[in-house]
Design a protein around this ligand. Sequence first.
Ligand SMILES: [Zn+2]
Length: 190
Amino acid sequence: MAINYKICPYCNSKDVVKILYGYPSGDMIMSEATGKVKLGGCLINIEYSPDYHCNNCENQWDKEEAIYYAYEKIKKIKVSIGGYHQGHESLSIDLKTGEMTYSHSIDEEDNLSISLYPDVLEDFKDKLIGTNILNWKRNYDDNEILDGTQWEVELVRAKRNIKRSGSNHYPKEWEEFCKLISEISGRDFR
Ligand SMILES: [Zn+2]
């Protein structure tokens, strides 16, 4: 689970509490007084009712926003897929500038280095959230087979990079992910 809802997306503080809605009990009022929860009141706004409150900067957010901010922290995505027989394909997309490079270890005439249009890049970022990549396991492996297809995805961030990899095994969103990177690069990933 790479998405931590309880880190403030605005100031990075960990002094974050859950917002409780409804008529408060005495215990809940005590908990709020000591900064352990935040009371959201009895009137629930159907349009928007945030789930978390930052004690440090007073900002509030819901789960969907937390997911959006977690993906916004990714600066660059690097994908490599291949095997002994088919060669290796590498794709790198800078999610801030739209710079995209593709290379193939055998078919070098397929190599590519272009800049994506801003709206194409935004669309890619939206769809990347749909692949749930931040919640993939670290490794998908089948130790029985040494041959076949190996893959790795690296998400470059300001602090800690995230790596996902596998050998002949894939997360359940893999097909969707390959479709997405095939579409954006015009190259065949699977
Ligand atoms: Zn904050």
